[in-house]
Design a protein around this ligand. Structure first.
Ligand SMILES: NC(=O)c1ccc[n+]([C@@H]2O[C@H](COP(=O)([O-])OP(=O)(O)OC[C@H]3O[C@@H](n4cnc5c(N)ncnc54)[C@H](O)[C@@H]3O)[C@@H](O)[C@H]2O)c1
Length: 254
């Protein structure tokens, strides 16, 4: 699908990979709505790219529905491009060293990363289905963000890996379901990118992580994520699969 002139919606677009994807789409001529928990930063990025922003907690189904309606009203058409980047990476052992067990963090990570993406994907696709098909039969594309941890999750990443594994696993069944509507579903599984999410980690941890990246031996640049997102959108034959974007990294157990 050609990006120029299309309406796009990016969750988690206030910073990191989502902001990079939003910028890249805007540079290619898309009209971008950013949905993010962080209203102030979302408005700032939207201002920089001539887009529109809305505060939304993707866990909240009603807010997602209302935000999609507001984005559609603002740009006079439902988005044909949806990129789900909103996510959190909180980690914890299943059983702590003291023998304690809690399901609170597991629940929260699944709710934000998996259920949040599901909310935006499902309501976004329902709206896309009402749009006329483009010349090649396409109506739109949903691009979800998984993680390399969906295949090689580390100790402490049970919740995160499960959420990202869910995103990867639903890609094919949903692409199959939406095929009759001309809506593609893809996922990117990033390795380790230089975003505020990574900046939260101790420097030794980041140095250790970087040492394991074969080539290029550095963290990924968010612009490289934005570029792959655009490539996927433009290539109509990519559908139902997960692409690792990771410099050949395979995460060690810890
Ligand atoms: N950075 C990496 O190395 C990396 C690697 C693999 C996967 N990912 C995934 O890529 C996505 C983006 O990561 P990032 O590094 O840019 O993260 P980030 O923390 O820099 O940005 C995430 C954004 O999501 C927003 N957000 C969080 N919870 C939300 C909610 N409930 N509702 C709405 N918005 C919410 C935050 O406000 C923030 O703007 C995430 O899904 C992450 O799991 C990142």
């Amino acid at each position: 699908m050609e990006i120029s002139g299309k309406k796009a919606l990016v969750t988690g677009g206030a910073r990191g990979l989502g902001a990079a994807a939003a910028r890249h789409l805007a540079e290619q001529g898309a009209q971008v709505t950013i949905l993010d928990f962080d209203a102030e930063k979302a408005a700032q990025i939207a201002g920089e790219i001539g887009g529109f922003s809305l505060q939304c907690d993707v866990r909240n189904e009603e807010q997602v529905k209302e935000s999609l309606a507001a984005a559609t009203k603002h740009f006079s058409e439902s988005p044909r491009i949806i990129i789900n980047c909103a996510g959190i990476a909180s980690g914890a052992r299943v059983v702590t060293r003291d023998g304690d067990v809690s399901t609170a963090l597991f629940r929260k990570v699944i709710e934000v990363n998996l259920l949040g993406s599901y909310h935006v994907m499902s309501y976004g696709a329902a709206a896309m289905m009402d749009l006329p098909a483009l010349d090649n039969g396409e109506r739109g594309i949903i691009l979800n963000t998984s993680s390399a941890a969906y295949e090689d999750g580390q100790i402490g990443q049970a919740a995160y890996a499960a959420s990202k594994g869910g995103i990867a696993s639903m890609c094919l069944p949903v692409a199959r379901e939406f095929a009759r509507s001309g809506i593609r579903v893809m996922a990117i599984a990033p390795g380790l990118f230089h975003t505020p999410m990574m900046e939260g980690l101790p420097q030794e941890t980041v140095a250790g992580i970087t040492a394991n990246i074969p080539f290029p031996n550095r963290l990924g640049a968010p612009s490289e994520f934005g570029k792959l997102a655009a490539d996927i959108i433009q290539n109509a034959y990519l559908n139902g699969s997960v692409i690792r974007l990771d410099g050949a990294v395979r995460l060690p157990p810890k």
